[in-house]
Unconditional design. Structure first.
Length: 239
């Protein structure tokens, strides 16, 4: 949870980063930026500056383009984008599938299908799709670094001494430990259902993400306590 004024402060920080990067976005305003605290903050920006993310959506139709902004040393926790099958209201979770609500904290459904639809995740890649099911393919992503440096962690041989290590408190909820070093001009492709996390360098990090249509509420985090949706509250007079 973040207080509304904390969100405004974070938006301004990310806005200034984008302006300083020189990446042209006509008409960009601080309030256009999404602030993501992963449900781990307690209102103020102290913890958010360690674990959080800023997002500006360029387009999100059949294809998606985003600018991802990381404050200095900021961490984005490990998550993946797996295929999801949507079934009509009242459907049972079928054999070979897992109820998405067991994997995503406080999942409320997608606007396009509604909260009462049934959302299932296949246990295996080639699990047959039910006749009444609608497949949402797992999101493939391409990251291209614009400014700053960072460490992206993906499956593979663990890196002994990564440039920017994963924060110790988040290591128990991290499975992918192979470092991909991000610097301006460097791109990296992620296949669907690939666990990944990012640690920004001391100057911060800005990357452009290209992908299929983004449906952020479907993100599956390794840490079950994480909430992808940022909850914003007004600061009380006593705070």
């Amino acid at each position: 949870m973040l207080y509304r004024d904390s969100v405004s402060k974070a938006q301004k920080l990310y806005y200034d980063m984008i302006l300083e990067s020189g990446f042209p976005i006509k008409g960009l305003k601080p309030e256009d930026l999404e602030v993501v605290d992963f449900g781990l903050s307690q209102g103020e920006l102290d913890y958010f500056k360690r674990v959080g993310l800023g997002i500006y959506v360029l387009v999100n139709e059949a294809e998606c383009g985003k600018i991802l902004c990381f404050l200095p040393n900021q961490y984005m926790p490990e998550h993946r984008h797996q295929s999801v099958v949507v079934m009509p209201k009242g459907s049972k979770i079928m054999k070979g599938y897992i109820d998405l609500k067991k994997l995503v904290k406080d999942f409320k459904g997608l606007k396009e299908f509604g909260e009462e639809a049934v959302y299932m995740v296949p246990e295996k890649e080639n699990t047959p799709i039910p006749k009444k099911g609608i497949l949402i393919p797992g999101k493939q992503e391409y990251f291209h670094t614009i400014k700053g440096t960072g460490s992206m962690f993906v499956p593979g041989k663990p890196t002994d001494k990564p440039t920017y290590p994963i924060p110790e408190e988040h290591c128990p909820h991290t499975t992918a430990l192979h470092e991909v070093f991000l610097e301006p001009g460097v791109g990296f492709h992620l296949a669907a259902n690939t666990p990944h996390s990012v640690v920004a360098g001391p100057e911060g990090l800005i990357v452009i993400e290209f992908s299929l249509k983004s449906r952020d509420p479907l993100d599956i985090f390794t840490n079950p306590k994480i909430d992808r949706i940022t909850h914003i509250k007004e600061r009380s007079k006593m705070t």
